[in-house]
Design a protein around this ligand. Structure first.
Ligand SMILES: Nc1ncnc2c1ncn2[C@@H]1O[C@H](COP(=O)(O)OP(=O)(O)OP(=O)(O)O)[C@@H](O)[C@H]1O
Length: 289
């Protein structure tokens, strides 16, 4: 499903959650939505899932206004980290309820996932740990097979091995059952290998929407002996520095001219792609360069 926003603003009494946001998420792809706390990500998701109307501007899913087309919401699955799951019922009852609401829900797949993630179907959701509740939310999102699946920091509570299993499962299922995903997360380095496009919100405004591959060329890293690297980057816009013993890795925003690049390579400096995390921090600094 295709998602299009045109000049969308959401204003509350004391806050502007979204400010003239225009964007386009193409169908059948995995999109990443990044932003600091309060950037407007959850507000954006609730507009798409018909949980709220914009103050101004237009929100369209496959060309239709989700607020006016109730039938569309069956096709859209929004799962939040808090877990939109029943709190008093066993996992199996929760899945049964979701199955009745969602025509595309694959119950057999959901049961397999419960097993694969080491959960017990009879466990009551309110007795689960935070991470386990997040896992139930993730299982619902995966098994929903909803043409538009929105994950709002759903994997935040999970431990690292569970998150990895979730990413692996998402990629494997996506290959067999392509659909449109939009995933928000603060765990940018983990999200980077999964997402095909990057959208960054900052204080309610869109600061980037780009192909992930193109984002990686918006800067570069130089890795090598600290003194050599420091000399090379002097005067360049540095947006990240990491030292590992005598080795320094510096992230530079923008391109290096051919001469500098040649000098770097001649000095044995390793030149790599920009980490999305460094770019994100740079673009969402309170006083960006
Ligand atoms: N119902 C509301 N009433 C008033 N202000 C709100 C409401 N919902 C959100 N806001 C404000 O809108 C802004 C955006 O909030 P939103 O929850 O969309 O951000 P977010 O990017 O999801 O943040 P986080 O990463 O912390 O979850 C914040 O300043 C928030 O305080």
């Amino acid at each position: 499903m295709n998602v299009t926003l045109e000049n969308v603003s959401v204003r509350f009494k004391d806050a502007t959650a979204l400010d003239q946001v225009s964007l386009d998420w193409a169908p059948g792809r995995i999109h990443g939505l990044l932003g600091r706390n309060g950037a407007g990500k959850s507000t954006l998701f609730s507009l798409i899932a018909a949980g709220r109307r914009p103050t101004s501007g237009s929100v369209r899913v496959d060309g239709q206004n989700p607020w006016e087309r109730g039938a569309l919401t069956e096709q859209i699955c929004l799962v939040r980290e808090s877990g939109d799951v029943l709190v008093d019922d066993p996992i199996s009852d929760t899945l049964e309820m979701v199955e009745t609401l969602r025509p595309t829900f694959d119950r057999a797949y959901a049961d397999d996932l419960v097993d694969a993630f080491g959960l017990r179907p009879k466990s009551k959701v309110n007795t689960l740990s935070r991470g386990q509740r997040s896992t139930v939310g993730a299982i619902i999102a995966l098994a929903s097979r909803a043409p538009l699946t929105l994950l709002d920091e759903v994997h935040l509570g999970m431990d690292a091995p569970t998150r990895q299993r979730f990413y692996d499962e998402l990629i494997a299922d996506f290959a067999e059952n392509p659909r449109t995903y939009v995933i928000s997360s603060h765990l940018i380095a983990e999200l980077e290998p999964i997402i095909e496009t990057v959208t960054i919100l900052h204080r309610g405004a869109l600061v980037m929407q780009d192909e992930a591959d193109d984002v990686r060329t918006q800067g570069l890293t130089l890795t090598g002996p600290a003194a050599t690297v420091a000399d090379l980057v002097s005067g360049l816009p540095v947006i990240g520095t990491r030292d590992l013993g005598p080795t320094r890795q510096v992230t530079v925003y923008g391109e290096l001219d051919a001469g500098d690049l040649e000098r770097a390579r001649a000095a044995g400096i390793e030149v790599g792609a920009v980490p999305l995390q460094d770019l994100f921090i740079h673009l969402t600094e309170e006083d960006p360069r």
